[in-house]
Design a protein around this ligand. Structure first.
Ligand code: SAM
Length: 377
């Protein structure tokens, strides 16, 4: 019998095609009749949001964006809340101030009029074009002193940061921080007493430094400590330390995986790494929770639709913490996000734990999964 010459005769299946095949099988079952619409969203041009840099002339920048018909979706969501509940607090409440907080953005704004019972991280402004409008933002321009006016990112990335609800004087850890969009949003709150921004990849932590340099005054950059350690070890390195921890883990990066060959998780060479992802995610989440203070909050997030990387990881981590560390966790209800941000994002209505943003042609953000965990002891 003739030997098959795999390398030369078998056509190479593109990683994007392989990813789509896997998604058709798994997500077809997971999302049923919703899958075709999510699939076409994933394959189409994604929408961006412009995260406003409060450390430049933000008023000028926002005015320009408003002239283009973009609006701050966080502020707008406050109006939705009021329409739904006319008894909700009228007008805006002032953010708490604290002498512990070392830095404040040039203008600490009034808060959008959300329900007084559930709070979200303050001072974050993210502009998007309305549902169905596929206009694009221009790249941000530097101001007189070279600081950039906004940072373009998937607007759904802001939701995990809002859910973390950073408060004045908080010690914050961003365990997997690069390239740094969420780190920048955390800093816009003006609330971090200190921010530890970590990423295993040394080359990617360089991008974190670049962002600090391009967006923040030098004094403020001093509250950020950048490290490139293995996040899984954090539980041993700094136990019971942080008020807030963001665990934005490596995942199958679903949108990237179906459109981009470069650095694709579905490369045959990365099969082992891909299969080990849920395990790595559990370890990172457990480490993140161990490094939070008792009473502290942790947000877990991915940009994948996979239940195995989302709810199952949360469940497994909660279980491990109870068994191995005697630590109890309360998974917080974030369904209010669905109500507040319904005009901007398409939410999956059937998430058991946490919330999931689905790509959709009229609101092509995400996927983004986020779940908030409160450490009780
Ligand atoms: N939070 C980032 C942002 O908003 O720009 C995105 C984070 S990205 C989804 C996941 C990151 O985790 C990657 O930059 C990767 O280098 C990093 N990573 C992978 N394994 C890690 C580990 N064991 N410890 C810490 N970071 C890790």
């Amino acid at each position: 019998a003739q030997k098959k010459k795999w390398a030369s005769t078998t056509p190479r299946v593109p990683c994007t095609r392989r990813a789509l095949r896997v998604f058709d099988m798994t997500y077809g079952v997971q999302f049923g009749s919703l899958w075709p619409s999510i699939r076409i969203g994933l394959l189409s041009e994604q929408k961006y949001g412009a995260l406003i840099n409060n450390y430049c002339d933000a008023q000028k920048v926002t005015q320009e964006l408003e002239e283009m018909q973009a609006a701050d979706f966080i502020w707008e969501s406050g109006k939705v809340e009021q329409d739904l509940d006319p008894a909700a607090e009228q007008g805006a409440s002032e953010p708490e101030s604290s002498s512990e907080t070392q830095t404040e953005p040039s203008e600490l704004q009034a808060q959008p009029p959300h329900s007084p019972f559930i709070s979200i991280s303050p001072n974050i402004k993210c502009y998007t074009f309305p549902k169905g409008d596929i206009s694009l933002f221009h790249p941000a321009r530097p101001d007189m002193i070279g600081v950039l006016g906004y940072y373009l990112l998937d607007a759904a990335s802001i939701l995990p940061v809002l859910a973390l609800n950073v408060q004045p004087g908080n010690l914050v850890l961003d365990l997997c921080a690069a390239p740094g969009g969420k780190m920048l949003a955390l800093l816009q709150t003006g609330c971090c007493r200190q921010l530890a921004a970590n990423d295993l990849s040394v080359s990617r932590t360089r991008r974190l430094r670049q962002i600090l340099h391009s967006y923040l005054p030098e004094e403020l950059s001093k509250i950020v400590r950048i490290t490139s350690w293995d996040g899984r070890k954090w539980g041993d390195l700094e136990m019971n330390t942080y008020d807030r921890v963001l665990v934005d883990v490596p995942c199958t990066n679903d949108r990237h995986s179906v459109v981009e060959e470069d650095n694709n998780m579905f490369n045959q060479m990365r099969k082992g790494e891909r299969q080990m992802l849920p395990m790595l995610q559990v370890e990172l989440l457990v480490a993140g929770i161990l490094s939070a203070k008792p009473g502290g909050d942790v947000v877990y997030s991915t940009c994948s639709l996979s239940q195995l990387q989302n709810e199952y990881v949360v469940e497994r981590a909660v279980e491990l913490l109870a068994i191995q560390h005697d630590i109890s966790i309360q998974v917080e209800d974030l369904s209010c996000f669905r109500k507040w941000f319904q005009n901007t994002f398409s939410f999956y209505p059937d998430c058991r734990l946490g919330e999931l943003i689905l790509p959709h042609l009229t609101a092509n953000f995400g996927p983004m999964y986020f779940c908030k965990l409160h450490r009780l002891n």
